[in-house]
Design a protein around this ligand. Structure first.
Ligand SMILES: [Mg+2]
Length: 218
């Protein structure tokens, strides 16, 4: 059992095989689409005009921009009640289940650890029975702590540029995949940067991961 600093996590025991570290929001659980629905329910609207939340949330009653502190409060309320709102991303559970024949899978979410239990239940409800790490620390050092100097292939999947580049810095041999579930936000997203491959959806991600494992198998 290894320990990741500043994180809460399930028991982690890695086998002598490839490792897939996978983000949750917008990758295996829909985030933007249900958060839009939640905001509507709370009298706000998320207008996807750029790849961010702040500055794109508006009051339905007044048409004015919702202040950042209020967006933060709404996000906190959304995560507290996430099991009423978030749904699985199409094909994610099937792809991961198939990949788990060949690789260990660990979820790495940037969610505050206080929401860990509700998220754990939500994941298990949708068939995502893999260990989860919840931490607000940078993802690169977390992947390094997990994988260390092992020779096995390692894959990291995330929707956010900064997270992908953090892992690229700390574990440069990682296959980095950018996956964004929401169509409108995917269209608005900046290129995830050098060394990152864009996966259109889960079947595409699965294909890229298998090809990577085949290419470096000894
Ligand atoms: Mg995410």
């Amino acid at each position: 059992m290894m320990l990741i600093p500043d994180a809460e996590h399930d028991e982690l025991v890695l086998g002598e095989r490839p490792l897939i570290v996978c983000d949750i929001d917008e990758v295996v659980l829909e985030f933007v689409t249900p958060f839009q629905a939640f905001l509507m329910d709370q009298g706000h609207e998320l207008r996807p005009t750029s790849f961010r939340l702040n500055g794109n949330v508006f009051s339905l009653a007044h048409g004015t921009e919702t202040p950042h502190e209020e967006v933060a409060r709404l996000l906190e309320a959304f995560f507290a009640g996430q099991d009423d709102w978030q749904t699985p991303v199409l094909e994610a559970a099937h792809s991961l289940e198939r990949l788990s024949d060949q690789a260990d899978i660990v979820f790495l979410t940037a969610m505050p650890p206080r929401h860990r239990e509700v998220r754990r239940r939500l994941l298990s409800r949708h068939g995502f029975d893999f260990p989860m790490i919840a931490t607000e620390a940078a993802k690169g050092p977390a992947v390094l702590a997990l994988h260390g100097t092992r020779a096995q292939p390692v894959v990291f999947i995330d929707d956010i540029f900064v997270n992908l580049q953090s892992v690229r810095t700390h574990v440069p041999q990682t296959l980095l995949l950018n996956l964004i579930a929401n169509d409108a936000f995917r269209a608005l997203a900046p290129h995830p940067g050098e060394g990152v491959t864009i996966a259109a959806d889960w079947p595409h991600a699965e294909e890229l991961i298998r090809a990577h494992f085949d290419a470096i198998a000894v």
